[in-house]
Write a protein that binds this ligand. Sequence first.
Ligand code: COA
Length: 394
Amino acid sequence: MFKRKPLLSRWKMEFRQAEAVCLPSAHLHLTAATMQVSQKDFQKAQEQLKLLKNDPGNEAKLKLYALFKQATEGPCNAPKPGMLDFVKKAKWDAWNSLGSLSQDDARRKYAELVSSLVSAESADQKKEASPEEGRHDGYETLLVTTKNNITKIMFNRPDKKNAIDHKMYREIMKALEEAGKNDSTIAVITGNGEYYCSGNDLNNFANIQPGDMEKMAKDAAVLLKEFVDHFIDFPKPLIAVINGPAIGISVTVLGLCDVVYASDMATFHTPFSHLGQSPEGCSSYLFPKIMGVAKANEMLLFNKKLTAAEACAQGLVTEVFPHRTFQKEVWARLEAYASLPKNSLAVSKQLLRSLEKEKLHEVNSKECEVLQERWLSDECINAIVSFFQRKSKL
Ligand code: COA
């Protein structure tokens, strides 16, 4: 059965035919020296056009066609095609729209258009040659990139459900410091893979000799305090993009983020008492403020795991998106936010935070102090031992 060629290929074929017809037989009335120069550029542009690797799109091709016809034949003199002959009609319209543009100007514009298409293509090729454009060096546990005024800090231990080990705590702090100082307008935290983050890496407590327990707890409390301080003091809008389940410290610091977007596959779990521990990340102060005391207690005392919809209803999450369209919708929105005036956003964020900053540092210190003791408690040690025993029995 005869198949019609797609519109674009038919159009290309006809354009080539027009070139073939027009080029050799073009009767160019050029005499002035300036016109000879533009004729030379015009011919060079036609050669360059053949080297383009990518289709420049119908709009650009119609412009090229019209300028070529105008440059070689002058104003449109062809009869108007019928309404149903879409391709011919589009070409005729484009040529006719150039009105009485001189042939010399048409040649110049044609050469300019080709040159802009060639530059755009070579810029795209450069981009393709470096697919990790904007990637920051020096991270093992994170993928950090800056692009479109957004610094994205992505947890990158998907095989460990993005659990935060000591190295990752330090790298997150370093990434926040960089993002706070660089040219980006906003910073975004997210997770790679199925989980957003499974919280503190429980291996941080493993293989500690009995005599080293106190030192371990003290060092861990210093590290945690410093980590949470980085969230309290972060100077720009900080947005959490929760791609999947979130546990422990990755949930508690959400109260210190400015906006939290979640996939409908995300869950929010703070199993502190289950692990013989206590709340951190300023959640003991912020969660009751955000969701009310009764709901905060269910989460922080009794380990209640929230769905994304529940977390949104309780004010911890700003908005929930269907998982299928989550990344697309959220990043489109974030790119729009990132085009807002950067200094205005930073100043406003700092103003909002300034009212609570001192209090938050105070809460953070207290929470870390309590946790330092908890980590030495039998309840905590036994809970961590049973996590690893459960794993070894599987
Ligand atoms: N600390 C240490 N290791 C962790 C971890 C954590 N917080 N979260 C995940 N992992 C590791 C697992 O030990 C496992 O490692 P392995 O492949 O070497 O055995 C790997 O990540 C995959 O996790 P697994 O448990 O096999 O996947 P799962 O789908 O069955 O369960 C979790 C996922 C997150 C529910 C489960 O790993 C878990 O409960 N982790 C602990 C969460 C936690 O209590 N965090 C601290 C909160 S205060």
